[in-house]
Design a protein around this ligand. Structure first.
Ligand SMILES: *Cc1c(COP(=O)(O)O)cnc(C)c1O
Length: 403
């Protein structure tokens, strides 16, 4: 039975992926082998020449534990296939370089993860790949930036750290018209938004964040068509095969299980963040949260999202004074409200002043263009603890510093 993308139910799709352990165990074993035996030596040659498929050869090419994780993640995203890689940046780099020919051109949202910006702006031009950065909400600017060499439109579903939402259906239409692929980083919004439903050709995840949920490992993934995922491990032309940023089978095994409770965790993050945001609004604190009707993309996100997961766990407080913003974060950490650390998606709240840290790769004039102010405190709201107690802790620290 084939299910249309519109009907795709990510929770059921995760549930319906089932693998057994070697002796009938209810969980699969971790397959740590670096290389696999060929019982018929002639088959090895055939595998190298692409004459037989689906056999394991060498773990940089494919590994059973990584493949199983990929199957579950692909089911979640409603796409054909996925591959786990060593980090989110490995996913960004592998996907983009696989899609771009020499002299290729990328149109990228101005408001992206600092590492992605630096890769596209500083590294890829050395290999003849140019990027034009635009405000993705300005569709006319996107269209204007398209050239015959444009092969990729790159955006985050919800941008880091400004929490702007990309109009995926419109961007997809523009990409199609230009003969380019729409690549969407869905790190902030797993389950909340299914980019494949809205026309994404390739989906990127930093699994380090929500998919892990425990801030205890680094991982990434690329989700797409079977054909594209297979191209990444092509023996002669695959970026994952040849640059080698593979996911370890032990990490893949961990992530495989964590996908089962990702739906519950995303709901818990959304619930806690929504409560916090509303409490802050009531106290007159300038908070940015996509679940508030005051957010510029609230209606857009509502039209794209899978509503049962809420508006996510990310919020930002716009403090005018960067020195006071850091002081607030310091107080909040002392009061056990959260941890002053980069990253997101942890069960506990994480806080960063983005402009000088995780977005510092983006030069000040670009930061201005994306409306990133130096006093912005980004928070990934955790779901541990009592919502009311956590809100009270925030409010009392805030009042201490801002009166
Ligand atoms: C963290 C992050 C990345 C990079 O992921 P790593 O796992 O740290 O390599 C890419 N995109 C976004 C949106 C991120 O938040």
């Amino acid at each position: 039975m084939t299910i249309s993308k519109q009907q795709h139910d990510p929770v059921q799709a995760i549930r319906d992926i089932q693998h057994f352990g070697e002796e009938g165990g209810v969980v699969p074993v971790i397959d740590v082998a670096a290389t696999s035996t060929f019982m018929q030596p002639g088959d090895m040659e055939k595998a190298f020449h692409g004459e037989i498929h689906g056999c394991y050869l060498y773990s940089r090419h494919s590994n059973p534990s990584v493949v199983m994780f990929g199957q579950k993640l692909a089911a979640l995203e409603g796409m054909e296939a996925a591959i786990g890689v060593g980090s989110g940046m490995a996913a960004v780099h592998s996907a983009i370089t696989q899609l771009l020919p020499e002299g290729g051109h990328i149109i990228c949202s101005r408001s992206v993860y600092g590492g992605t910006f630096a890769l596209l702006n500083n590294i890829l031009p050395r290999f003849g790949i140019q990027t034009t950065f635009v405000n993705m909400d300005d569709l006319a600017a996107v269209e204007k930036a398209i050239t015959p060499r444009t092969k990729v439109l790159y955006t985050e579903t919800m941008s880091n750290p400004m929490l702007r939402v990309a109009d995926l259906p419109r961007l997809s239409a523009l990409a199609r018209k230009a003969g380019a692929k729409l690549v969407v980083d869905n790190t902030f919004t797993p389950l909340l938004v299914s980019p494949a439903k809205h026309g994404a050709d390739v989906i990127i995840h930093s699994c380090t964040k929500y998919i892990s949920g425990a801030s205890d490992l680094i991982g990434g993934a690329i989700v797409s068509s079977r054909e594209f995922i297979d191209s990444l491990i092509d023996l002669n032309n695959g970026m994952v095969m040849l640059a080698g940023p593979v996911m370890d089978s032990r990490v893949a095994h961990e992530l495989y299980h964590r996908l089962d409770h990702l739906p519950i965790r995303m709901q818990a993050h959304s619930h806690a963040a929504d409560f916090m945001a509303r409490g802050m609004v009531e106290a007159g604190i300038p908070v940015t949260y996509p679940g508030l009707s005051s957010h510029p993309d609230h209606a857009l996100l509502k039209s794209l999202m899978n509503p049962e997961f809420g508006f996510g766990g990310m919020m930002a407080v716009n403090l005018s004074d960067p020195v006071k913003a850091v002081e607030l974060a310091r107080r909040l950490q002392l009061e056990k409200f959260g941890l002053y650390a980069v990253s997101l998606g942890f069960s506990r709240t994480l806080m960063t002043c983005s402009a000088a840290t995780t977005s510092s790769e983006i030069p000040p004039e670009e930061q201005k263009k994306m409306n990133l102010s130096p006093g912005l405190l980004r928070m990934s709201i955790g779901f541990t603890g009592n919502d009311r107690v956590m809100l009270q802790r925030f409010l009392s620290c805030y009042r201490e510093i801002f009166g």
